[in-house]
Design a protein around this ligand. Structure first.
Ligand SMILES: NC(=O)c1ccc[n+]([C@@H]2O[C@H](COP(=O)([O-])OP(=O)(O)OC[C@H]3O[C@@H](n4cnc5c(N)ncnc54)[C@H](O)[C@@H]3O)[C@@H](O)[C@H]2O)c1
Length: 246
C-alpha cells in the first residue's frame, strides 16, 4: 500500500476524475475527505471509500468560499488531526469563442478553477507547514499548455494553475511540502461527454494512443505524485494525455 494511514482531501470528488482519485487513494490505504458542492454525490463517494475499509468525511464545500474552506478544514482536523495530501481537482468549463464569451463565464471559470485552487492551497499549506510535511497536487489540463479555440477562460485558468504550482512548490519546499500538477488530455467524464460529436472525433485524431483516457489513469499519475515514489519530485507537471502534447 502506497498511502497507508495517510489523510487525504480531494476537491470536486463527487464524480469523474476526483472520485477516481479518492477511491484510488482509499485502495492504497488512505482515509479520504470527499469535498464537493454536490451534497448527495459527496455522501455517496464517502460511503464508497468506507466500503473499501477506510475512514471518510463528506464535506459539502464550495472552493470559491474561503470561509467555508477554513471551517471545512477545521472539521477535517477535528476528525483526523492532520492533513497529508491535498488534491485540487474541482473544475468547470464554460466554453464560447472570445467575442461571444460572457464576462460572467470568464469570471466563474477563473474563480472556481484558479482561485479555488489558491484558496484550498493557502488553507491547507498553513497546516502542512506546522506538520513540516505534505503533498499537494493540482489538476491542470493540457489546454493550459497549448490553448484551444472556445476555451480562453479555461486555458487561462489552467495555465494559471501551472504558475501557481511552480511558485508554491518553491515557497513550500523548505517545509518538505511537495507541490506538483497533473495535466490530463481528454478523459471520459461528464465534463467531456457534452462535447459535440464533431469536436470529439477531431480531438481523437490528435491523440497518438488513439483513445480517450480513463479517470483511473489520471488517478494513477496523481498517486505517484503523492506517494514516496516521487519523494524527489516537486514543481513538475505530468501530462496524462495519450501523447497529445510532447
Ligand atoms: N475530463 C477531462 O477531459 C479533463 C481534461 C483535463 C482536465 N480536467 C480537469 O479535471 C478536473 C475534474 O474534471 P472531470 O472531468 O472529472 O469533471 P466533472 O464535471 O465530472 O467533475 C467536476 C467536479 O467538480 C465539482 N465542482 C464544480 N464546481 C465546484 C465548486 N465551486 N466547489 C467544489 N466543487 C465543485 C463538481 O460538482 C464535480 O463533482 C477538472 O479540474 C477538469 O478541469 C478534465
Amino acid at each position: 500500500m502506497l498511502l497507508k494511514n495517510k489523510i487525504a482531501l480531494v476537491t470536486g470528488a463527487a464524480q469523474g476524475i476526483g472520485k477516481a482519485i479518492a477511491l484510488c487513494f482509499a485502495e492504497e490505504g488512505a482515509d479520504v475527505i470527499i469535498s464537493d458542492i454536490n451534497e448527495s454525490k459527496v455522501k455517496e463517494t464517502a460511503r464508497e471509500v468506507e466500503a473499501l475499509g477506510r475512514k471518510s468525511l463528506a464535506l459539502t464545500c464550495d472552493v470559491t468560499d474561503f470561509e467555508e474552506i477554513e471551517k471545512g478544514l477545521k472539521l477535517c482536523l477535528d476528525k483526523f488531526e492532520r492533513l497529508d495530501i491535498l488534491v485540487n481537482n474541482a473544475g468547470i468549463t464554460r466554453d464560447a469563442l472570445l467575442v461571444r464569451m460572457k464576462n460572467s463565464d470568464w469570471e466563474q471559470v477563473l474563480n472556481i478553477n484558479l482561485t479555488g485552487t489558491f484558496n484550498w492551497t493557502k488553507s491547507a499549506a498553513k497546516r502542512m507547514m506546522k506538520q513540516k510535511d505534505g503533498c499537494i497536487v493540482n489538476i491542470a489540463s493540457v489546454i493550459g499548455l497549448v490553448g484551444n479555440p472556445g476555451q480562453a477562460n479555461y486555458a487561462a485558468s489552467k495555465a494559471g494553475i501551472l504558475g501557481l504550482t511552480r511558485s508554491v512548490a518553491r515557497e513550500l519546499a523548505p517545509w518538505h511540502i511537495r507541490v506538483n500538477a497533473v495535466a490530463p488530455g481528454f478523459i471520459a467524464t461528464q465534463m467531456t461527454e457534452k462535447l459535440p460529436e464533431e469536436a470529439k472525433s477531431k480531438m481523437l485524431a490528435a491523440i497518438p494512443l488513439n483513445r480517450w483516457g480513463k479517470p483511473e489513469e489520471v488517478a494513477n499519475a496523481v498517486l505517484f505524485l503523492v506517494s514516496d515514489l516521487s519523494s524527489y519530485v516537486t514543481g513538475q507537471v505530468i501530462n496524462t494525455d495519450g501523447g497529445m502534447v510532447m
